[in-house]
Design a binder for this molecule. Structure first.
Ligand code: HEM
Length: 511
């Protein structure tokens, strides 16, 4: 054996021993939760298909309520079980309230400088406090009530105009514009679709950027799990992220510039969120917040508020049109509580208990996102006697929770009555102490926009069901409406919902 061969032999032995040592150390010394067998290097990555939430739910069915996965070089756990979820989000909130530093967070959320994707730490606390104390306060949301009322009216008029063509209406377009306008009015002081809009070019640019942003944020990018993937990046994902990062940043700079030109004073009721952010003091005694912080918050509000409510509304409409019995009951309730002589207003919403059941049932079957935003553990801990290492990524499968047969009967049946409280009390949408649905999460990372999100969803649906009758497009039976989803940060219907609308109230109410 010559010297070269000997050297290669020793090198190979060294790396093999090191690999085996690591493998034994990780897999035998600590008691990890059960999970599917994994391949060297890629771990379980190849076992995930285009609908990973369904794959992970199948693992839970096979291996138990808490499953361990190795995704490339990342430790991960997943669950669809209410008790384990309670353990993670409530009992061990301090351990699990962080977020992984993904490449999407680096490129598309100002280097995790926002709220939603920021790891746990003083920066996240400060940004979250700004949201809670300055943007999403009850008082500020009340100030925007008249804008929301305008948008609710605009929604009805938009559907009426489309209904008059006697053609099927693309509800994804209608509901997307409703959410987007609600958010941009509050955030930027502009409506993007409809009368008095910011202009078609700007609206198109805004929609396009938002869609690209969403697509990239929802991607499972292999570079986050296999560092060598980043060198190859065969689909150019990171390049795309950098391009979108630049365009989004330019867009936000423009917004800030426009707002600086027309500064409004603190006591002006017309201040939008950007005005508020520009009026706040910065860190370390600085007179103003840093522009990057302002941009990161604008970004979060758009991303977190727009698609979540639009996707939920489209699913609710799809399920209700698919089940005419449910539509009939919703309209009976609306006719009793609101009556035929006016349109729904926000103060009606707490009294629409059956519609609230419908929204809960929609969240059970079609949560806005298939998983919560991934959490990450800050230190080693145990769950149910199993060891969970530091830096474990946590996939809480809300889609799997709503369809877990250990938790719900007839999981694939859309049956709002299952949420009807026996004592007739008001149906709660945003939280439930039993953790059987989790639309807005719980613990430190729970959604700070939940009350507003509930209003966007209930108001959109109440107006559309009160003001119109709904049927599937000509020739299609209600039962044929498809309910297949696509995976992403949010989980929309695979095909946009098309339906026919017929006005059902006196014509002067639509003016
Ligand atoms: C139907 C509407 C909505 C749904 C279903 C929804 C749901 C959620 C969920 C599931 C999370 C992740 C929680 C976790 O990872 O544990 C979240 C986070 C968040 N949501 Fe919402 N949301 C909605 C509307 C809104 C609105 C209207 C806003 C603000 C205007 C908002 C702002 C946020 C923010 C900032 C976070 C990040 C919180 C953090 O990481 O500390 N959301 N939301």
């Amino acid at each position: 054996m010559d010297f070269g061969t000997l050297a290669i032999f020793f090198l190979c032995s060294f790396f093999a021993t090191k690999f085996l040592y690591q493998w034994f150390k990780v897999n035998l010394q600590i008691n990890l939760p059960p999970g599917p067998p994994r391949w060297p290097l890629v771990g379980n990555l190849l076992q995930l298909g285009p609908l990973p939430h369904r794959d992970l739910a199948a693992f839970c069915e096979k291996y138990g309520p808490l499953v361990y996965l190795k995704l490339g070089n990342v430790d991960a756990i997943t669950t669809n079980d209410p008790e384990i979820i309670r353990e993670i989000l409530v009992r061990q909130d301090d351990v699990f309230a962080s977020r992984p530093r993904t490449l999407a967070a680096a490129h598309l959320a100002y280097n995790s400088g926002d709220v939603a994707l920021a790891p746990m730490g003083p920066k996240w606390k400060r940004m979250r406090r700004i949201c809670m104390e300055h943007l999403l306060t009850t008082k500020r949301l009340e100030l925007f009530a008249s804008h929301r009322a305008d948008e609710a009216h605009h929604l009805v008029q938009d559907v009426l105009a489309r209904a008059r063509t006697n053609k099927p209406i693309n509800l994804r377009e209608v509901l997307g514009a409703f959410s987007m306008n609600n958010v941009t009015r509050m955030l930027l002081g502009k409506q993007y679709f409809g009368a008095g809009t910011a202009g078609p070019q700007e609206a198109l640019e805004f929609m396009h950027i938002t869609h690209e942003l969403f697509w990239l944020l929802g991607l499972i990018y292999l570079g986050d799990y296999l560092p060598f993937w980043r060198w190859i990046d065969p689909y150019g994902c990171e390049k795309k992220m950098r391009e979108v990062e630049k365009r989004v940043d330019d867009f936000h700079n423009k917004i800030i510039e426009e707002h600086r030109k027309v500064r409004k004073s603190n006591d002006d009721g017309e201040m939008d969120f950007v005005d508020v952010l520009l009026s706040l003091p910065g860190e370390h005694g600085n007179k103003h917040m840093d522009d990057v912080e302002v941009k990161a918050l604008i970004q979060d509000m758009i991303a977190a508020a727009t698609d979540t409510s639009a996707v939920t509304n489209e699913w609710a409409m799809a399920e209700v049109i698919k089940h005419p019995r449910v539509l009939h009951k919703i309209q009976q309730e609306l006719d009793t509580i609101v009556g035929p002589n006016r349109l729904v207003i926000e103060s009606d919403l707490p009294h629409l208990n059956y519609l609230r059941c419908v929204v809960r049932e929609t969240f059970r079957m079609h949560p806005a996102g298939p998983f919560l935003i991934p959490h990450e553990s800050l230190r080693p801990t145990t769950i149910n006697g199993y060891d969970i290492p530091t830096g474990t990524r946590v996939f809480i499968n809300t889609h799997g929770l709503g369809r877990n047969p250990m938790v719900w009967d007839n999981v694939d049946e859309f049956y709002p009555e299952r949420h009807w409280p026996l004592d007739g009390s008001r149906v709660e949408i945003s939280h439930g102490s039993d953790f059987k649905i989790l639309p807005f999460s719980a613990g430190k990372r729970r959604c700070p926009g939940a009350p507003l999100g509930v209003v966007f969803v209930l108001m959109g649906l109440a107006r559309l069901f009160h003001a119109f009758d709904w049927l599937p497009p000509d020739g299609m039976k209600a039962s044929e409406i498809d309910t297949m989803e696509v995976y992403g940060m949010t989980m929309p219907k695979a095909q946009p919902l098309m339906a026919l609308a017929k006005p059902r109230l006196a014509s002067h109410l639509y003016l």
